[in-house]
Design a binder for this molecule. Structure first.
Ligand code: GCO
Ligand code: MN
Ligand code: MN
Length: 388
């Protein structure tokens, strides 16, 4: 039995805001004391993570003096050196400060939009200073409670303008940085623009530098919308746009739970891990989740270890699925080939279209044939439940 020990090659990362979450919620105060960014890096080093990500203000408080900022950066840098952790991704907090109460890049107020650009440029500089290669945009406040307040079309145009501006900034600075857009349907806004990964993928193609921009899909965000997360990830992958991924778990139809990866829907988590491993996704596996509010920092470590352990267990299960003779025999039987039909199933030609119109098909027989999926699914369940 494998040990499920996290190693650097697994690229397991956590945000400062994840293990640093103090457990506050809309109904209750923080339950855990503040830990400094450097202390959180040591915690992540202890549990075996590969990297740490941050929002500008997770590292440097929004009203820190230059001297305070330098001291924090120094301690953080030392913690990175001591632990060997890297910073693969950085992002901007464009949602906590009251100035962003009606959005940042999509705000109706040009002063707010300009400030959001300024804050993001500085945050990009900070991320790059620590080696970030991926820059995430999560528009937590880019939305509405009342649609009488804003034009939804104008909001899209403003978002495009901001991203085009920031792509040019990155190019102009000579940074080696890619953007990853993260969709979420709601929370904290009543409705957030670009609610799913699919919306983001369509939007990216309208940007001036689509090659610099991909997506950062998050399990919880697509589950909140009742969607199949892996399908969205597959579409992003197929489009060459899976730059980053946020792993956690979530019951559909509930508040934003940010549970430990794989703690809710093991089957969905399995298909996701299997997908990422089968296609050879090389990016970070970022756990954007936090420990239950019931926990102290020992519980936070259990939470972080659990995210990585579950991923590695599911990775092993995926390998077993791929090697299981009975499962593979069923798959071979399901995925039939028929050379005589290949001329019609590829690219269109007038000739093949005309010929296809005259091919006889045994429609009734094809419709009656059972497809073996019950057996296949039960074998998958047996495997996941450890009796296979
Ligand atoms: C959320 C989001 C955030 C973002 C983060 C990085 O639901 O709050 O998932 O955690 O991922 O701001 O951009
Ligand atoms: Mn989230
Ligand atoms: Mn996220």
């Amino acid at each position: 039995m494998a040990e499920y020990t996290p190693k650097p090659e697994h690229k397991f990362t956590f945000g400062l805001w994840t293990v640093g979450s103090r457990g506050a919620d809309p109904f209750g105060q923080p339950v855990r004391p503040t830990r400094s960014p450097a202390e959180l890096v040591y915690l992540l080093g202890e549990v075996g993570a590969y990297g740490v990500n941050f929002h500008d203000n997770d590292l440097i408080p929004i009203d820190a003096t230059p001297a305070e900022a330098e001291a924090i950066k120094k301690a953080f840098r030392k913690a990175l050196q001591d632990t060997g952790l890297v910073v693969p991704m950085a992002t901007t907090n464009l949602f906590s400060d009251p100035i962003f109460k009606d959005g940042a890049f999509t705000s109706n107020n040009p002063k707010v939009r300009a400030y959001a650009l300024q804050k993001t440029m500085k945050a990009i500089d900070l991320g790059v200073e620590f080696g970030a290669k991926i820059y995430v945009f999560w528009g937590g406040r880019e939305g509405t409670e009342t649609d009488s307040s804003k034009s939804a079309v104008e909001a899209i145009k403003r978002m495009r303008e901001a991203l085009n501006f920031l792509c040019e900034y990155v190019i102009d600075q000579g940074y080696e940085l890619k953007f990853a857009l993260e969709a979420k349907p709601n929370e904290p806004r009543g409705d957030i623009y670009f609610p799913t990964t699919g919306h983001m993928l369509a939007f990216i193609e309208t940007l001036d530098h689509p090659e610099m921009v991909g997506v950062n899909p998050e399990v919880a965000h697509e589950h909140m919308a009742g969607l199949n997360f892996m399908h969205g990830v597959a579409q992003a992958w197929e489009a060459g746009k899976l730059f980053h991924i946020d792993l956690n778990d979530q019951y559909p139809g509930r508040y934003d739970q940010d549970f430990r990866f794989g703690s809710r829907d093991i089957k969905a988590a399995f298909y996701l891990v299997k997908f990422l491993e089968d296609v050879g996704y090389q990016g970070p596996r970022h756990f954007d989740a936090h420990a239950y509010r019931t926990e102290d920092y020992e519980g936070v470590k259990e939470f972080a270890r659990g995210c990585m352990r579950t991923y590695l267990i599911l990775k092993e299960k995926a390998e077993r699925f791929n090697q299981d003779p009975e499962i593979q025999a069923l798959l071979a039987e399901i995925n039939t080939t028929d050379e005589t039909l290949s001329p019609y199933l590829g690219k269109y030609s007038r000739q093949s279209a005309e010929a296809l119109k005259h091919i006889p098909f045994d429609r009734l027989n094809l419709g009656q044939k059972g497809l073996l999926y019950e057996r296949l699914d039960q074998l998958t369940i047996d495997l996941l439940l450890g009796v296979r």
